[in-house]
Write a protein that binds this ligand. Sequence first.
Ligand code: NDP
Length: 601
Amino acid sequence: MAPASSRIDKDALRKKYAEERDKRLRPDGNAQYIRIQNQLAHYLDDPYTPVKEREPVRDHVTFAFVGGGFAGLVTGARLVERGIRDVRIIEKGGDFGGTWYWNRYPGAQCDTASMVYMPLLEETGHMPTEKYAHAPEILEHCQRIGNQFGLYENALFHTEVKDLEWDGDAHRWILRTNRGDEFTAQFLGLGTGPLHVPKLPGLPGIEDFRGHSFHTSRWDYDYTGGDPHGDAMHKLADKRVAIIGTGATAVQCVPHLAAACKELYVFQRTPSSVDVRANRPIDAKWFAEIATEGWQQRWLENFTANQQGVEMPDVDLVQDGWTDLARRIRMRILSLPPEDRRDLRKIMGAFEESDFEKMEEIRSRCDAVVTDPDTAQNLKAWYRQLCKRPCFHDEYLQSFNIEGTHLVDTDGKGVEKITEKGVVAAGREYEVDCIIYASGFEVGTPFEDRTGFDPAGRDGIRLSEHWAEGMRSKHGIHVHGFPNLFLVQPTQGANLISNVPHNLTESGKTIATLVRHAIDTGWEEVEVTREAEDAWVDLLMTGGGRMLGSPDCTPGYYNNEGQDPGPAARSFVGYPQGALAFFRYLDAWRRDGSFEGVEFR
Ligand code: NDP
């Protein structure tokens, strides 16, 4: 039951949140993290698929796509559906899957319900087995899309694009890779993902550790035993293991480590908020009944509408933590006297109150579940729910009741250093056999640093030059000066963070429609005009141009570690009227057929 807001001391909570944030603010912000390189470069090796030798490719394709995750798969599928079969996906992993190729840590599963998270379910006829599918099923689904739409034939795996250059005379892109390939493509898609470069905390001594270590995105099952399907990690039975970080990844893998290790030390700087998961199998009979024509689109729209809380539909088909959050806020606003419902201050007050209640409920779960009162206290998150990625799990808190599992809370300071033998925190050295870094992925670093290439567009202008004052695009898809190039990612579009694949499928549809139109009408180039791009960016800024997490939040990647992101804030904004309105607008833009703002040559 939610704690009654009348019992909540709001001033005391505001003060506590501010104190906890201030403890964690640090002048180096994002620079506290280091890129994986030099002596630690082996952390990036692919533990899952051996690299195959092959001859360099030198040919021409109609459409090349950089990235073989959901973005590349859904765009490729939509192009093939529209009869454009000559699609080549270039992927640094050994197969399709993107984040689901790399993240095979034990317990990995989607945090948004499978029915809306897994793309193209209707097209492939796949029924998810669980409300929140586990990683192996999602990876298999990626392979299913690849197979069904014939995307394997032309794909280049274990290949990193190093250079992209627009050849204006030939109206095509030249692609060069780390495998010696040099080929051309009339159209080019970029779907490199927002969270694909693993990062490490910049700790003194990190290269000195003599034991075993790895990052969660390259799980070493040879060392731990077990497998991504949930087989126990029997090789850890006599091991002392440290895991650094308590974000969404750690929340999912800690229960498996706790069950397997002799001793597990969980090093915590900031606790995650961990609400109820309530996963369950999907019933085949129920699925057969609901999966009528157009079902997934209906579910997607229903989820977005519920999650956004703007036009609350009568039903909430998905019913999960995301929609619950929005419904609570909406109910709270509706409980205001009618004259206050248009008063922004009152609305924000109602929002805050419902957030306080929710977070009190989540904090009280720690007391209810964790037997040691100090540990329970240390696991409580003192910030508003959307300051950090909300987590949902039914075994994470319980892990701290397992003998041999220790929470090492650092009171916001974090691990201090790594030694030859282990981890130092709060002045004490913890000797361990293995260190697992659950320290996340680069966010907010320059595009060209994260991807390893900086496209040269018309007249040789680099994307980094065009974006020197922050990202510029129309729809988050088209960039002026970069003909025939399309971005597939959420920002400057719907920016629907609660269900990223929905953003990608809509972009995929848009790109396939445009490319089909260009080919059918004999145009060689498609490019957004300068005016249309400027107008779009201006429109986005009317929404305030704020990042996901506010500067008042505890630091994290949602708010650029609490520092002013400068013009880069633009890279994180969405359509001012929200995701639902954006998807409707984009649908109308596609259907209209005049493709306002885009020029064909
Ligand atoms: P995060 O960036 O969320 O977490 C990194 C963790 O490392 C934080 O807890 C951070 O603490 C901690 N950390 C950093 N430096 C130190 C230090 N010196 N000492 C101790 N701790 C430290 O990475 P994740 O991999 O957990 O998640 C990244 C994102 O990936 C998620 O937010 C989510 O978007 C996505 N994801 C999605 C999943 C899904 O859909 N199922 C599952 C897992 C991840 P602090 O909080 O104080 O900065």
